[in-house]
Ligand binder design. Structure first.
Ligand code: ATP
Ligand code: MG
Length: 259
């Protein structure tokens, strides 16, 4: 960690300069925050698990033609990604009522939505990530209508694919957040790619049968067994093996993460 120049430290990750121009190293921390960082804590082993889960999901999405920033995982907590210009918009895709949707509209958590909802939030901690419309995004120049078309199409494809993937391992994908960025090639042509991470930090994942929460809501709502929930998601995705030798001891509790 000391060799590399730090570019940015966020709440869940640190970004370092990568080995080649145009690349970054994404380091996954165990730090957890909620309610716009009013609540802070640590989830032991979270960084290791999120690194692995995000790698897995980005690779699966790439296979169906979703362009992503992911290059390769470097070690337990780090992955190499392409540096992009992040669009300052958090895209939230919802399949079931939960969280702020339940609060704002007085709806019961767990109610299935008749169709998926895509929402946009302005990525700005000081303003507490206010909800925005396409009009704000185009008017303030954060993205064009063409970009938004692309973002909406990719988001719905990502949602359809992840819904099925999680359903196959007994998990309901209630909602999730993604970020997109601009990537330029040698001819200065731009394309939008999926960036940041997809992990139980930014998805709501409920057990299909029991509705048990297997995501960051366990931390937000003090439900306990937070580490176990993250591990359970990784285990069901087939990313954990019991006691694989050679992994850093104590980095993840219980079963160790496959390298
Ligand atoms: N490929 C990428 N290129 C450049 N920046 C990226 C890339 N992928 C993710 N990022 C940005 O790096 C940061 C990752 O750190 P982290 O997720 O901890 O931030 P955060 O605390 O959520 O803060 P922020 O409000 O800035 O997102 C985010 O700002 C994210 O938008
Ligand atoms: Mg983040």
């Amino acid at each position: 960690m000391t060799r590399r120049k730090q570019v940015y430290e966020g709440k869940a990750k640190v970004m370092f300069e990568g080995p080649e121009p145009g690349t970054l190293v994404q380091y996954f921390k165990d730090d957890a925050t909620a309610f716009n960082a009013q609540k802070r804590g640590t989830i032991t082993g979270k960084g290791v698990i999120n690194n692995r889960i995000s790698e897995y999901l980005m690779l699966r999405l790439a296979e169906i033609g979703i362009p992503t920033h992911f290059v390769r995982r470097l070690n337990m907590r780090e992955q190499l990604v392409r540096q992009v210009e992040i669009i300052p918009v958090e895209v939230v895709i919802r399949n079931v009522v939960a969280g702020s949707l339940a609060q704002r509209f007085g709806l019961e958590e767990g109610t299935p939505l008749p169709r998926s909802i895509v929402e946009y939030y302005y990525k700005n901690d000081k303003l507490q990530d206010p909800m925005i419309s396409e009009e704000h995004i185009t008017c303030f120049g954060w993205a064009t209508t063409y970009d938004l078309d692309d973002i909406m199409q990719m988001s719905l494809r990502i949602n359809d694919f992840l819904l099925g993937l999680f359903h196959g391992i007994g998990i309901k994908l209630v909602d999730f957040k993604v970020e997109f960025g601009r990537l330029y090639n040698e001819h200065d042509e731009m394309r939008l790619v999926l960036a940041d991470e997809i992990s139980p930090d930014n998805c709501r994942l409920w057990d299909l049968k029991t509705n048990e929460k297997l995501d960051k809501d366990r931390f937000r709502r003090d439900l306990g067994r937070v580490e176990e929930a993250y591990q359970e998601v990784a285990r069901r995705l087939g990313l954990l093996t019991e006691g694989t030798p050679g992994d850093a001891p104590g980095d993840v509790r219980g079963p160790t993460t496959v390298q």
